[in-house]
Design a protein around this ligand. Structure first.
Ligand code: HEC
Ligand code: HEC
Length: 273
């Protein structure tokens, strides 16, 4: 008797759970605030996605990406939590926006193009060939982070649905930014901005170049607003602009496109055996 009651109870209590779990997963995939619960696809595709995540986290050291990196940053230095941060240059949902119009390139660009351009600017390095192992692995990983989300190609800019929210335009004050930097940032990024074991360089030779998104004051301010200080961003909009003005008042590598493009025959490669 007792065991039948228990069995019945089990059926009543537990039957809806798989259904509930299913709908929770479906919803969570659409919600950028949740970590992506999607399991990796089986086989070689899953392996390549995992490889892409590793490269995003260890870009300056990974043997596949190292030859194309010109500073001591990794993709995850700005695309926090390997791109899974909900707001700080989030990769979640990004694949749904491409191919997208790029006012900077004056072209419709693919997700692969966009990824490779970050190597030339934010990573101050060389553009890896289209279809190379490093390029395919990173874009496979970023695409996987859009699992379950509807395609919505962006006709205005190469940005996904969870891109860093813009702030109302303002002008930063370098002097006030200097004091704020000393108080809120120097403990990890060092007084001289060249970084420490607690934070990467924010200016100088080993930082992003002046063609990178973050070299624009408004972009850096909006990113700082949601990203820094690490794990506890609390700056006001004006403080974010002041610090951005101060950080970007320092020297960093100059971007000259020709220095970041490989020989023409290395621009792309046939993506098959
Ligand atoms: C110095 C900081 C920095 C580094 C390093 C960096 N990026 Fe970015 N990247 C950005 C910013 C800022 C944006 C603009 C995104 C935003 O505003 O949300 C961006 C945009 C992108 C986008 C388009 C996102 C979208 O919403 O459509 C992709 C894809 C991308 N980066 C890939 C990479 C990859 C791959 C690497 C490593 C090889 C990398 N980035 C390294 C700062 C960086
Ligand atoms: C507790 C340490 C810490 C503090 C404080 C901190 N950061 Fe960071 N910051 C980091 C780390 C670590 C990263 C790289 C993130 C990663 O790899 O996950 C980073 C990344 C960055 C980046 C992008 C990568 C680069 O180096 O260009 C910028 C810009 C930046 N921080 C600026 C600031 C500013 C400005 C402040 C002050 C408002 C600040 N940070 C406060 C630790 C810190």
């Amino acid at each position: 008797m007792k065991s039948t009651t228990l069995a019945l109870l089990y059926i009543v209590v537990c039957t809806p759970i798989p259904w509930l779990a299913g709908s929770y997963l479906a919803e969570a995939r659409l919600n950028a605030d949740e970590p992506q619960p999607t399991p990796l696809p089986a086989g070689e595709l899953g392996r390549v996605i995992e490889l892409g995540r590793e490269i995003v986290e260890h870009t300056q050291d990974h043997p596949l990406s190292k030859p194309y990196v010109g500073n001591s940053l990794n993709c995850t230095s700005c695309h926090l939590d390997a791109g899974r941060h909900p707001h700080a240059a989030s990769f979640i949902g990004v694949a749904t926006a491409y191919p997208a119009w790029s006012p900077r390139e004056k072209r419709v660009v693919t997700l692969q193009d966009r990824t490779l351009n970050c190597f030339m600017r934010s990573q101050n390095g060389m553009r890896p060939p289209v279809g190379s192992e490093v390029s395919v692995a990173i874009t496979a990983y970023i695409t996987w982070l859009s699992t379950g989300q509807p395609i919505k190609q962006n006709p205005e800019k190469p940005l996904g649905p969870n891109h860093t929210p813009d702030l109302a335009p303002a002008k930063g004050n370098i002097e006030s930014g200097q004091a704020l930097y000393a108080e809120h940032c120097a403990s990890c990024h060092a007084d001289n901005g060249l970084g420490s074991e607690d934070g990467p360089p924010v200016w100088g030779d080993q930082s992003y170049n002046d063609g990178a998104g973050l070299s624009r004051e408004a972009k850096l301010a909006s990113w700082l607003k949601v990203a820094m200080p690490q794990d506890d961003p609390y700056l006001s909009d004006q403080q974010a602009f002041d610090i951005a003005a101060f950080v970007n008042s320092h020297t960093r590598p100059k971007f000259r496109l020709s220095e970041h493009l490989p020989e023409p025959d290395r621009l792309g490669q046939y993506n098959a055996e």
